[in-house]
Design a protein around this ligand. Structure first.
Ligand SMILES: Cc1cc2nc3c(=O)[nH]c(=O)nc-3n(C[C@H](O)[C@H](O)[C@H](O)COP(=O)(O)O)c2cc1C
Ligand SMILES: [Fe+2]
Ligand SMILES: [Fe+2]
Length: 400
């Protein structure tokens, strides 16, 4: 994609990444891709805001050359030091050695640590401005959205907020960069939620703090460094981020994440019965086979739904291992305040429930009911399972 004008003299100069299979070396994006959005401001002084991962360097520079000689860049604004936005820094700095790197105080030692760069690094404080001549940048510290050094940059004349990871999402740009160019941005909504649950969730209190601090700034365009640029309805993505951040305290929506795994089919058979009860209750259910679904795709549901039903067998005195892994991720990401139910088969002494109880303590999940059964899912157990599902579904619908 060539450079795209956002507002007069402000262009998107990012790159799409369809090559990286795992974002952060962890989260699958091979089907969805991701974009690293960077922005070029061609004012009295020339500034670039955020860069990209160190792939497609040539493409990045060619895009910039459509608008300017990269050598002529005056300011390189780094909102965030994660290498998906700074990977090109060394190359660009070599091309434009007299450029000034603009960053927060916490970013400066990181620039030295990652790139060995110490010259011409200007620290900006919260609320400080840089007059580019015709365009004016104001910097807003937004620590921990995503790293401690993170800030956002606001351009006053055009009222654009360059929000970096904040308000971003997975999903490479599919031929257009703006929200209003997509008849249905359901894909980006879902991929923004997956990105939130994978990357941002742990920092939800900081997200709410940042949204509050930015509330009085008149923003017409939200230009994150991943995913769509929101110009028709910038408040939509802010409202979504606020809603998702609030799940940290309120536990999420009145819906159920049904997570199951089974080695020999006993727990699976019971899962069908539980699912039947859930469906009869009318509650919305998102179901996942835990051994066959990457946690990246389960976490959005786990984050969004107040109810969690875990149906997995006992394995070596403990939980079926992928369930333990998911609960570990949930704890790391502060996925707190859920109502939880357990069902699962065991052969001789069980043990899954014991581990579950231990793991959900720090998560502040309430285990409202558990149904561990020995061996096969008989018709009688399935009837019990169906009743269990019905009760659980109704309880979630009645929960506040
Ligand atoms: C590798 C493995 C480890 C197991 N460890 C235990 C255990 O420690 N305690 C126990 O009660 N049952 C244990 N079992 C038995 C299973 O929990 C039992 O077969 C159960 O019915 C499996 O449910 P599923 O058909 O849903 O996979 C183990 C089974 C396997 C295959
Ligand atoms: Fe980041
Ligand atoms: Fe990022």
């Amino acid at each position: 994609m060539p450079a795209v004008e956002i507002r007069p003299d402000i262009h998107w100069v990012g790159v799409n990444d369809h090559t990286t299979d795992l974002f952060e070396g962890l989260w699958p994006i091979s089907r969805e891709g991701v974009s690293y959005n960077a922005y070029f401001i061609n004012a009295g002084k020339k500034a670039i805001i955020d860069l990209a991962k160190s792939i497609k360097v040539d493409e990045f520079l060619d895009r910039l050359r459509e608008l300017s000689d990269p050598q002529a860049i005056d300011y390189i604004v780094l909102n965030h030091m994660e290498p998906d936005h700074t990977g090109i820094l060394k190359v660009l700095r070599d091309i434009a050695p007299s450029s000034t790197i603009v960053c927060s105080a916490k970013a400066k030692p990181m620039i030295e640590g990652f790139f060995g760069i110490t010259d011409n690094v200007e620290i900006v404080e919260d609320g400080q401005t840089i007059d580019l001549g015709g365009k004016t940048l104001t910097f807003h510290m937004t620590p921990f959205v995503h790293w401690p050094e993170t800030m956002m940059t606001y351009e006053e004349n055009e009222k654009i907020l360059f929000s970096c990871d904040g308000f971003g999402g997975y999903g490479a740009l599919r031929g257009a960069i703006f929200d209003d160019e997509y008849a249905d941005f359901g894909f980006y909504r879902q991929e923004s939620l997956r990105y939130y649950a994978n990357i941002v969730a742990s920092f939800s209190a900081h997200v709410l703090r940042a949204i509050d601090r930015l509330a009085d700034i008149p923003v017409e365009v939200i230009a994150p460094s991943h995913g769509l640029i929101w110009r028709e309805n910038p408040s939509l993505i802010v409202d979504l981020y606020r809603k998702w951040a609030e799940y940290a305290d309120n536990g999420g929506e009145q819906a159920v994440t049904l997570i199951y795994g089974s080695m020999y089919g006993n727990t699976e058979t019971l899962m069908d019965a539980v699912f039947q009860g859930l469906s009869h209750s009318g509650v919305n259910v998102e179901a996942f086979d835990i051994a066959r679904t990457h946690a990246s795709y389960i976490l959005p549901a786990l984050w969004s739904n107040r109810g969690v039903l875990l149906g997995v067998p006992t394995y070596e005195n403990r939980l079926f291992p992928p369930a333990a892994h998911l609960l570990d991720l949930a704890e790391r990401k502060n996925m707190n305040n859920k109502l939880c139910g357990y069902f699962g088969s065991y052969g001789w002494a069980g043990g899954a429930v014991r581990e579950l109880e231990k793991r959900i303590g720090p998560l502040r999940w309430e285990l409202v009911e558990s149904f561990a059964f020995r061996g096969g899912a008989t018709r009688e157990k399935c009837t019990q399972g169906k009743d269990f599902g019905l009760r659980f579904g109704r309880m979630i619908l009645e929960s506040t």
